[in-house]
Design a protein around this ligand. Structure first.
Ligand SMILES: [Zn+2]
Length: 372
């Protein structure tokens, strides 16, 4: 059923709202509702009394894939955004978030902080693909309105969705300031990668504009099972950079392993991240390990290789894993007449994708570094 909400008479809208509220508060299954109403959902809210702590929280559904939890029995100090399905086929993070949402709605998990969950691109979840028309994670920080090719209006649903997600995150963080004026803001944008990785899980730390990288955030990632971090040294149009840059949030693009269809993920492989996020939103001690530099593999970007020609080729096999390094001078890509070679000791490839549209990024190379 594709609901065109504004075309429905008011009475029918209200009926749908009631129906959704009943379903959601009974099952806690926001993912199924989101998938059933992939383009639009009427907004509604309800209160939940926690079965364990008897504390109250407010659950607000703002639109399809967009749900906020706010404590009502105490003041929170953190505003936490957990996004998944910015790429619709990256199912493991969707399942992790769906389970946290279910436990919160059914009152099985205590809510300590304000949390916004986002299923980024519900339409692409439903077709089991990375995106419908355009890579959503290249459309933030105003990217949705650039290179439109014509004047007004956003040219596809992903661009509308990017704008909606930006506005939702902005409102969420600003509303936190009404709870207390000293807030901590976080955004973990959860993904899985297209190909396997030598370092199974890793995170991209968005450009901080000369502010220091935070050891404590790396400790948090480590407790999620992530010891590999890629430092970004320039602004991008990713979702995590948007939250970091515009709202000072501690934000990361978190890659949790390789893409698999729903039901084929070995959830034991994600117990670290599930457990740490559970502790984080419910206010339990995170039990972070002391910071030891040797616990981490930290990289920075060496080369960004964009595809400029129809004739573009990667010169390594499809099954070469992310973070595989090549000797200096190795030919890694050719783009028309242009040859791209490794230039530095330990230079490794990451996120290769020869099939991107012309003008887009086809490959990154990285080299080892430290945050000191
Ligand atoms: Zn992704």
């Amino acid at each position: 059923m594709k609901v065109k909400l504004n075309e429905l008479p008011q009475a029918q809208q209200n009926e749908l709202r009631e129906e959704l509220l009943t379903q959601l508060s009974t099952t806690g299954d926001f993912l199924s509702l989101t998938r059933k109403h992939e383009f639009l959902m009427p907004s509604f809210s309800f209160e939940v009394i926690n079965k364990v702590s008897s504390s109250k929280c407010l659950v607000s559904v703002l639109d399809t894939g967009i749900i906020i939890f706010e404590p009502l029995s105490h003041d929170s100090v953190k505003d936490i955004v957990l996004s998944s399905a910015v790429h619709g086929n990256e199912t493991a993070p969707i399942e992790i978030c769906s389970e946290l949402i279910r436990q919160l709605i059914l009152g099985e998990l205590h809510l300590q902080e304000r949390v916004l969950f986002l299923f980024g691109n519900p339409a692409s979840i439903n077709i089991g693909d990375r995106f419908v028309e355009e890579n959503l994670n290249r459309l933030f920080s105003g990217g949705h309105s650039q290179d439109q090719g014509h004047g007004e209006g956003l040219i596809n649903k992903e661009r509308h969705r990017a704008l909606l997600l930006e506005n939702t995150v902005r409102d969420f963080f600003e509303k936190g300031n009404q709870v207390s004026d000293k807030r901590e803001r976080f955004h973990y944008d959860l993904h899985t990668a297209i190909r396997a990785s030598k370092n199974d899980k890793f995170a991209v730390y968005p450009f901080r504009h000369e502010q220091p990288w935070k050891e404590e955030q790396l400790q948090f990632l480590l407790s999620c099972g992530i010891n590999t971090v890629l430092l970004s040294h320039s602004p991008t149009t990713t979702f995590s950079y948007f939250s970091s840059n515009e709202f000072g949030a501690d934000a990361f693009t978190v890659e949790l392993g390789k893409v698999k269809p729903f039901g084929e993920n070995d959830m034991a492989n994600f117990s670290g991240v599930s457990q740490t996020l559970t502790r984080f939103i419910s206010g339990q001690d995170l039990q972070l390990k002391d910071y030891v530099a040797d616990d981490f593999s930290i990289f920075e970007i060496a080369q960004t290789i964009n595809r400029h020609h129809k004739d573009f080729q990667l010169h390594f096999a499809d099954d070469v894993e992310n973070f595989t390094d090549f000797p200096v001078g190795t030919l890694i890509a050719s783009d028309g007449d242009v040859e791209h070679r490794t230039k530095k000791e330990g230079e490794a490839i990451i996120f290769p994708n020869a099939n991107v549209a012309i003008g887009q990024r086809a490959l990154l190379t990285v080299t080892p570094t430290t945050i000191a």
